[in-house]
Design a protein around this ligand. Structure first.
Ligand code: GLP
Length: 235
């Protein structure tokens, strides 16, 4: 079931998202969180850092799995998702870095890396709360529109529209990696709860297609309509 909640501003959306995540942590202090990158969740991470500084949320028992990572750039690269997570959340809260996981886009054996990532998620007991953004073409993680719903973590060639959209973070479009590792839609669907954030006029049509249209692999996020517990914060 998908519950869509309209938020009046980015500030409110971020506050609400941080409230949902901190409630999850309060109810289950050893929660397994699935985390997302992109510009949309940045405000929610800032709110979570504020809550941590006020003493109202404790990340000590948390395990985190990120959705995705670029291939072909080092993890210390300024635009890697490893760097993003450290800058936006992990360096500012008391999470044990040994319990934070991001696929290794530089792994020499990609198939092994992908199957090990899925096995680690399963061994941790599965994801309690999965945070998601959404790409303009309906991608979640880096599951691009295609003709099937990929199940496990896999390597993907980024769609030209994704490369174009993400070029704003790089010096030029040619610097954007063309491949990434991403959790599959099956892994995302296995999460007990899902929280998807979408903000801005440019995402309006995408959200409509994903949650009011048919469930089709050409709009990967549409598969979430089949999940029992999805909250979409939209503004
Ligand atoms: C990237 C990430 C996605 C994210 C999307 C949208 O492609 N892999 O997880 O949802 O960007 O990002 P933004 O929130 O910046 O629009």
């Amino acid at each position: 079931m998908v519950k869509v909640i309209e938020c009046e501003s980015y500030e409110k959306l971020s506050e609400r998202a941080a409230d949902i995540i901190s409630e999850q942590i309060l109810v289950k202090p050893n929660s397994v969180l699935g985390l997302a990158t992109g510009s949309t969740p940045v405000g929610a991470y800032q709110k979570l850092v504020e809550k941590y500084k006020e003493g109202s949320v404790d990340f000590n028992g948390i395990t985190a799995f990120n959705l995705d990572e670029y291939c072909g750039i080092d993890k210390e690269h300024s635009q890697s998702y490893y760097t993003f997570m450290r800058e936006n959340l992990f360096s500012h809260v008391n999470i044990d870095l040994n319990n934070t996981h991001i696929p290794d886009g530089r792994a020499s054996d990609i198939d092994k890396q992908c199957s090990e990532y899925d096995a680690m998620i399963d061994a941790a007991g599965g994801i309690d709360l999965q945070l998601l953004g959404i790409g303009g073409n309906g991608h979640i993680g880096f599951n691009e529109p295609c003709d099937c719903f990929p199940v496990g973590t896999h390597i993907i060639s980024l769609h030209p529209s994704t490369i174009e959209a993400n070029s704003r973070f790089f010096d030029s479009v040619d610097d954007v990696p063309t491949q990434a590792l991403t959790m599959g839609l099956g892994s995302i669907m296995k999460a007990k709860k899902i929280l998807l954030l979408a903000f801005g006029e440019s995402k309006r049509e995408t959200v409509k297609k994903a949650f009011s249209g048919p469930v089709v692999p050409s709009v990967p996020a549409s598969v979430l309509q089949l999940h029992p517990d999805v909250t979409v914060l939209w503004g």
